[in-house]
Design a protein around this ligand. Structure first.
Ligand code: C2E
Ligand code: CA
Ligand code: CA
Ligand code: CA
Length: 277
């Protein structure tokens, strides 16, 4: 049976239906992974382009599988979104990120923002807001640092419900960013209605800068839009000096990408941050 599960990972693609027994096997393996603490958060630094300093990070989950090695989120998160396991995984992620934040604070290290991805499926959980509030209390999480990253499709699914959830969490001091911006439904009215404080320009646009004038125009428009609305704009997936130069020229606020650093372990991230005096 193990072998079958192994295969189903590598050949799995979003939209492809796994047979029931394979899916069930995978589900129980993921539940085991949660209990056995096989998940781990990596951190990708967010750099402020004016100061050149790290101002935050995005938490990105990985599965350290005992026999298959490191499994990337693209290979299990889409499935977990469909079968609902993203709900317990999502809570694990928030708690773990909170514990890491506490560790930084205790070491006297400050960051402005820690991005944590929230999937559309998590909003289908009626307990979402209450559970997040409970985790925040239990772990004494500094909510002013916590920034949930949402995709436009997450919001589009059930706009009123999502707005209620976000408003309630915003009262706790949590901030929000729109992830993969430009790829979704891009309803500009959403930006007015929701407590969003940052836009993250999708990597697909950033990677085509200097190749496509269309990508340049899109990036340029998103940056102006963000600034007109007093939002912070973050470019994702910056890999080259040329992309960076374009973004500096265009007044982008922050970047994330391999050019500066890939996602790294928490301890490596901690070492990248300036020591307190
Ligand atoms: P995302 O939220 O858009 O995260 C950014 C992805 O781009 C990450 O992939 C990151 O490693 C990758 N990346 C960053 N800089 C570069 C670059 O310069 N070049 C290239 N080619 N890639 C870059 P990763 O870690 O594999 O995560 C993939 C997706 O999985 C994420 O996309 C997010 O949608 C999802 N995900 C990751 N962690 C979580 C989580 O804790 N919860 C939820 N719900 N989703 C997660
Ligand atoms: Ca993200
Ligand atoms: Ca993204
Ligand atoms: Ca994405």
């Amino acid at each position: 049976a193990k072998q079958i599960h192994g295969c189903s990972y590598s050949i799995y693609r979003p939209g492809m239906e796994l047979s029931n027994d394979k899916t069930a096997g995978l589900e129980s393996e993921i539940m085991t992974a949660l209990r056995a603490e096989q998940f781990v958060l990596f951190y990708q630094p967010r750099i402020d382009l004016r100061s050149g300093k790290i101002v935050g990070a995005e938490a990105l989950i990985r599965w350290q599988h005992p026999t298959r090695g490191m499994i990337m989120p693209g290979d299990f998160i889409p499935l977990c979104e469909r079968n609902g396991l993203i709900v317990p995984i999502g809570y694990w992620t928030i708690r773990q990120a909170g514990l890491h934040l506490k560790e930084l604070k205790e070491a006297g290290i400050h960051i402005d923002r820690l991005g944590v991805n929230l999937s559309f499926r998590q909003f289908k959980d009626d307990m979402l807001v209450d559970t997040i509030k409970r985790i925040i209390k239990q772990e004494d999480i500094d909510t002013s640092v916590l920034e949930f990253e949402l995709t436009e499709s997450a919001i589009f699914n059930d706009e009123n419900h999502v707005r209620e959830c976000l408003d309630s969490l915003a009262e706790e001091g949590i901030t929000f960013s729109l992830d993969d911006f430009g790829t979704g439904y891009s309803s500009f009215s959403l930006l007015h209605k929701l407590p969003i404080s940052a836009l993250k320009i999708d990597r697909s646009f950033v990677s085509h800068l200097h190749e496509s004038s269309e990508a340049e125009e899109i990036v340029h428009s998103i940056i102006s839009l963000a600034h007109n609305m007093k939002l912070t704009v973050v470019a994702e997936g910056v890999e080259t000096r040329e992309q960076l130069d374009f973004l500096i020229q265009d007044n982008c606020d922050q970047i994330q990408g391999y050019f500066y650093s890939p996602p790294v372990s928490f301890n490596d991230f901690k070492r990248m941050l300036p020591k307190p005096n």
